[in-house]
Design a protein around this ligand. Structure first.
Ligand code: ADP
Length: 497
């Protein structure tokens, strides 16, 4: 199949979170399975391309009254063609979506332009069998394809898959933007982009795509509930017949202690000696004082409400009453960064925070910590818990989304399980779970078994790839079989009237 993907982050070119990891791994995996893959993404200031080719320099994209002239550059790697939307006025900026002081005020224009270029690449160059869009930044691709381009001789009938990596980010904009964006007023209805009086790009993806996926089975169920649905639970329940949960895979080429070049020493389940060196290196790097025999709890995350900083803060007194230290790496929302800084001031040398986006440090924590904490309020999939399993760093997680799907509580009696998990979003539940982990840690034989259980697990892409292939295949009709996505477009007809 010819599969064209679109996303706002693609590893190794750009990354702030798991979206980039997925786009870095899934397309090459699909290409290796014999499909033809294209990936469209913005050319941000920080992206460095080696010998790109100029594909288009004649595009004229209109947003309301304004015409824009983005270029498209391409590079090919690992059997995948990457199309970079090169438009300095929109993408040659310090951040991808904004700065520390907030989102860029023209994100609606930036990602509408991006979506329109995706459509142009599909129409003029790639001619896909299926288009696979990711997150709100691409929500207008299915929206425009299924409305303005519905009868396009090339693109009409091309099915669109839309993946939700995080429902908490929807791309909502003031209704007054409809005119300046040049979006048809008919799209601003409850059956279209309108969401509580605002324009919602993610909702466009959810309404108009032929198939929806999200990144774990648990999250696929959760987002149909009021607690996790962020206002879109009704729409998601209504579309549940086309919604599938597919757990993300891990790229073990980058995340394996046997071959990782970013850690102090390599190690494996059979030879754990190197992990000791990694712990010493971590303690030194973070300046952790005190007994090196004490367990270290690691965290690596975007610092955001989603990731449970408030819970860590509420639990800190009880956590620090135990014989542990914590190493935290993250960057993100100023209010939670400040919260973590205050914890660091209260427990110097024991709770150590590095505010940075630092790939090498993330690897050092995975390898050097004894346990890995993810107390997320919600977690669509989560990658770090799967990385930490492979690094023999058992995770302590809140039972939500992908964390719930991947972590099984360890039972010392049977020797089964790979971590610790708690369900209530409460400091006491978090503390109880950490306490249980520490009790297990004190039993060296049990802990070794726990580490080995996690290290032996395979969360690679080989499970996810066939699931995506099936989703695409079910939508892509044989050449003489008429237009694809018939089921979903039946639903869409209702929506558009
Ligand atoms: P999310 O996508 O919600 O941020 P995931 O667990 O799915 O969370 O993916 C996070 C990815 O980003 C992981 O690869 C993680 O190692 C990486 N990451 C997050 N914060 C940092 C940081 N401060 N420095 C380095 N890597 C980070």
């Amino acid at each position: 199949m010819k599969i064209l993907m679109a996303a706002s982050e693609v590893e190794p070119f750009s990354k702030t979170g798991g979206l980039a990891d997925v786009l870095g791994s899934l397309p090459p995996q699909l290409a290796a399975s014999g499909h033809q893959l294209g990936v469209v993404t913005p050319l941000y200031r920080s992206v460095r391309l080696e010998n790109p080719s100029l594909l288009f320099d004649d595009l004229s994209i209109t947003l309301g009254p304004d015409a824009h002239t983005p270029r498209v550059q391409t590079v090919t790697r690992h059997g995948v063609t990457y199309y970079f939307v090169d438009y300095p006025p929109f993408f040659d900026r310090e951040g991808y979506y904004g700065t520390a002081s907030g989102d860029y005020p023209d994100n609606a224009q930036r990602f509408l332009l991006f979506s329109k270029v995706v459509i142009e690449i599909a129409r003029r160059e790639f001619l896909p069998d299926v288009i696979h869009c990711h997150d709100w930044q691409t929500g207008l691709v299915p929206t425009l394809l299924k409305t303005a381009h519905a009868s396009d001789p090339v693109l009409g009938g091309v099915p669109v898959v839309f993946t939700i990596h995080n429902l908490g980010y929807q791309g909502t904009f003031d209704a007054s933007m409809m005119g300046p964006l040049g979006l048809p007023p008919g799209l601003f209805t409850v059956d279209g982009l309108e969401f509580y009086g605002r324009i919602n790009y993610l909702k466009g993806g959810l309404v108009f795509a032929d198939a929806l996926t999200t990144v774990s089975e648990a999250y696929a169920r959760e987002i149909q509930t009021k607690e996790y649905g962020v206002g879109l639970e009704g729409l998601l329940s209504w579309r549940s017949n086309v919604l599938t949960g597919v757990l993300n895979g891990v790229n073990y080429k980058n995340w394996d202690p046997r071959s990782d070049r970013l850690i102090a020493a390599n190690y494996s389940a059979d030879s754990l000696e190197g992990k000791r060196a990694c712990k010493r290196d971590l303690l030194e790097t973070f300046g952790i004082a005190g007994d090196p025999g004490q367990p270290v709890i690691g965290m690596v995350s975007r610092i955001a409400a989603q990731k449970g900083a408030d819970l860590v803060s509420a639990a800190i007194q009880d956590l620090m009453a135990m014989e542990i230290s914590m190493t935290v790496l993250g960057s993100g929302d100023a209010v939670y960064v400040d919260l973590y800084r205050s914890l660091e001031q209260r427990f110097p040398g024991r709770f150590v925070l590095k505010v940075a986006y630092d790939e090498a440090l993330a690897h050092k924590i995975e390898a050097g910590a004894d346990m890995f904490l993810m107390p997320s309020r919600y977690e669509p999939c989560g990658l770090n818990q799967m990385y930490s399993l492979r690094y023999g760093t058992p995770p302590v997680v809140r039972a939500t989304g992908g964390l719930d799907d991947t972590i099984e509580p360890f039972d010392a009696a049977t020797g089964k399980g790979n971590g610790f998990k708690f369900r209530d979003y409460s400091a006491s539940a978090l503390v109880a779970s950490v306490r249980q982990a520490l009790e297990t840690y004190a039993n060296r034989a049990a802990w070794r078994q726990l580490m080995k259980n996690g290290m032996a697990q395979d969360f690679g892409w080989s499970r996810a790839v066939p699931k995506y292939e099936k989703i695409y295949r079910d939508l892509v009709k044989p050449a003489d079989g008429g237009s694809a996505g018939v089921d979903a477009s039946g639903a869409k007809t209702d929506l558009l009237t």
